[in-house]
Design a protein around this ligand. Structure first.
Ligand code: CA
Length: 250
């Protein structure tokens, strides 16, 4: 009844090519920490130490017809020469829609609102943890990718089908009830079949970067999900444990 569509969906996992991030930060120590944290995640990072250098970088990438384009800009608010708000405003004015994560030492609500008003997509107040910064970047990059992917209303693999629009899951022809977190977890797995996810990545994607708790939460939800999907939960064929790494679907 259901076809094996693994190859079709695994194509979505291929979009995990290296993203290029522009980091604009005048404080050297913070800039270096940002670079290390983002490079560790496998991103390509280019830096600018002041506002003028940032504008120069962005101008170069536009004139190179996208060859050197950025997928994300991490932008400090207080910068010498041209400040972050003006850079943000300028980018949006020029029709550059690349996601922007704004950083600021100021924590007031007005800065935050102003940052978002001039076109930043997210905002982090210093001091922040590098883990949170990376999670926010990942979320922004992912959101952008999803927006350019065609919507696939029904995901199918073997005897499991998931209808994202109707929030329904059928297993061997029968509807099963999933909690919102279980549903979101399964949707993520099925959208990127065979991709291996670490517990931390799953926490970021499903629970969000603000979630406080440990990765055992993931294991518990995986166990519940297996009980609903698998014919033999102790020998899973859908949600497979990848020892030392995490989990994958299919
Ligand atoms: Ca600064």
């Amino acid at each position: 009844m259901y076809t094996t569509e693994l190859t079709k969906y695994s194509a979505k996992a291929d979009i995990g090519q290296t993203s290029r991030i522009l980091v604009v930060e005048d404080e050297e120590l913070i800039r270096e920490m940002l670079v290390v944290a983002l490079e560790e995640e496998g991103y390509e990072v280019i830096t600018a130490a002041d506002g003028r250098a940032a504008v120069e970088c962005l101008k170069n990438c536009q004139s190179n017809a996208g060859e050197l384009s950025f997928d994300l800009v991490v932008l400090d608010l207080m910068l010498p020469q041209i400040n972050g708000l003006d850079i943000c405003r300028l980018m949006r004015h020029q029709g550059n829609s690349v996601p922007i994560l704004m950083l600021s030492a100021k924590g007031s609500e007005t800065d935050r609102v102003l940052g978002l008003e001039v076109g930043a997509d997210d905002y982090l107040t210093k001091p922040f943890s590098m883990r949170e910064m990376v999670a926010r970047c990942r979320a922004l990059l992912r959101r952008q990718r999803l927006s350019i992917l065609p919507q696939i209303p029904v995901l199918k693999y073997k005897d499991v089908s998931l209808n994202a629009q109707e929030c329904r899951v059928l297993v061997r022809g029968k509807e099963v009830n999933l909690s919102p977190k279980e549903f979101r977890l399964l949707e993520l797995f099925m959208s990127y079949a065979r991709r291996v996810w670490s517990r931390e990545q799953l926490l970021d994607q499903v629970w969000g970067p603000d979630f406080v708790g440990d990765s055992k939460t993931v294991d518990v939800h995986i166990r519940w999900l297996r009980e609903k999907l698998e014919q033999d939960p102790s020998h899973p064929e859908y949600i497979v444990t990848v020892r030392g790494f995490g989990y994958r679907f299919g």
